[in-house]
Design a protein around this ligand. Structure first.
Ligand SMILES: *Cc1c(COP(=O)(O)O)cnc(C)c1O
Length: 438
């Protein structure tokens, strides 16, 4: 453990910690982080995708500096400012027409999803919401209330919430089987306990990231969209982690060929600064004023960061970069499957990639301890990755959108070594004692 990490343990609360290894960083550039032990680490996590442009991108630094040099206040609650208007105009131009009404700004995916959950119920008069088991929509009371992630056990769900299974193609044996079972569950729900006329919104993750980087079966979300339209249910797409170029398309929902009514952005939108956005129809987004606000919402500094991120995605062709580098990563990882019995399944789109580790390929038994050990060993060897999944056995890669092919291959070579070391029993399980992960 390094000095900074040690000092942190004596000064900073653990309430927000989700730690996999004792990392302390003092800076970073591009896809690299600098540890306080002098090591350079390749960052395949980008702080859960938030550092979308990598670390210290000059376009982001310039935008933030300019916004602070002539600061148009610190909030949009009681005054309008140009950066938030420009960002709203930009976001409206990027979403499907049915969602392109008005934009609300927040600080995080959590406050954004919480706001949507309250607004759809208030505006439609329908009391119920549907979301997925395994879904992570945030960490505040109101966003946990509509989430289904097992790490959030013990926190109360919304009274009108129904959680339905997310189709898991690997666990179900095939995408077709996964899709069929998941849709049958919803039909059963509507036929028995939930009247679809009572449902205000269906919250989806276009790829269920914290639930295991689950890629939906082809056609599945088209069926969900069809059901939503049929019953007048608003389709809310949570693009917080996998949106804005990460999947090799601007929006992750494009892979499913659907058009959500409401789109939620966060994490990568600010490139490391706290900003989230909800884009949706005027009837919902202008339902009331003083309905959902925090003082620093819509501040010009974070809005300028959001604009800089969107402009940089366009200028540097980061959608195409994510698609290209992601394809290379996916094929390289699939080739590694031949060598490593631990790799059960490789999935994802672009730079949103999951590698599910199993101790028995036939039975698909989750390799829980080996996953935590692989993440720890990769850290020791110079690569930052985390794990996700209902069984904590899916390595997650959400690197900066700016990552080069060379860096991607370098990181996978480190992972290759880490897996070999874990498979050979060379990594001491005692290392994990102080790291609970999730
Ligand atoms: C991280 C995440 C959130 C919550 O965002 P915060 O910035 O942590 O509040 C919501 N939805 C998804 C899909 C996420 O991955």
């Amino acid at each position: 453990m390094t000095g900074l990490y040690e000092r942190e343990s004596r000064s900073v609360s653990t309430l927000a910690h989700l730690r996999f290894f004792p990392q302390a960083v003092t800076g970073g550039k591009g896809s690299m982080l600098r540890g306080d032990d002098g090591r350079d680490l390749l960052d395949f996590a980008a702080s859960w995708g938030a550092a979308s442009l990598g670390h210290g991108h000059p376009a982001l630094a310039d935008a933030v500096n300019r916004a602070l040099t002539d600061q148009a206040g610190a909030s949009y609650l009681s005054t309008a400012n140009e950066p938030s208007v420009l960002l709203a105009e930009k976001l409206l131009s990027l979403v499907p027409e049915r969602a392109a009404g008005r934009v609300w700004f927040g600080h995080s995916g959590s406050d954004a999803n919480e706001t949507v959950a309250r607004a759809v119920v208030a505006a439609t008069g329908r009391p119920r919401i549907i979301s997925f088991k395994g879904a992570y929509h945030g960490g505040t009371v109101g966003s946990v209330a509509i989430s289904g992630h097992p790490a959030q056990g013990g926190i109360e769900k919304a009274s009108g919430l129904s959680l339905v299974p997310y189709p898991d193609s690997y666990a179900s044996g095939s995408p077709e089987a996964a899709s069929k079972a998941a849709l049958a569950h919803i039909e059963e729900l509507f036929a028995t306990s939930v009247s679809p006329q009572d449902v205000a919104a269906f919250f989806i993750e276009p790829i269920q990231s914290d639930g295991g980087m689950l890629v939906p079966p082809p056609g599945y979300f088209r069926e969900i969209e069809r059901l939503c339209r049929k019953h007048g249910i608003l389709l809310v797409c949570d693009e917080v982690k996998v949106g804005l170029a990460r999947t090799g398309r601007l929006h992750a929902f494009e892979h499913s060929g659907i058009e959500p009514d409401i789109v939620v952005f966060g994490k990568g939108l600010g490139g490391g600064l706290p900003i989230s956005a909800v884009v949706g129809p005027e009837a919902i987004m202008n339902h009331a004023s003083t309905f959902s606000f925090q003082t620093l919402h819509g501040n010009p500094v974070c809005a300028s960061a959001g604009l800089a991120v969107l402009e940089t995605i366009e200028r540097e062709n980061l959608v195409a970069n994510a698609a290209k580098v992601g394809d290379t990563m996916l094929s390289t990882l699939r080739a590694l499957q031949e060598k490593h019995p631990l790799i059960g399944h490789v999935r994802g789109h672009g730079l949103a990639i999951g590698v599910e580790l199993v101790s028995d390929r036939e039975a698909r038994t989750p390799a829980i301890e080996q996953t935590a050990l692989t993440v720890y060993r990769a850290f020791q060897l110079g690569l930052v990755i985390y794990y996700v999944g209902l069984n904590s056995n899916v390595l997650e890669f959400t690197p900066p959108l700016t990552m080069s092919e060379d860096e991607a291959l370098r990181g996978i070579a480190i992972l290759d070594q880490a897996l070999s070391d874990v498979e050979a029993g060379k990594v001491d399980p005692q290392l994990l004692e102080r790291f609970a992960g999730w």
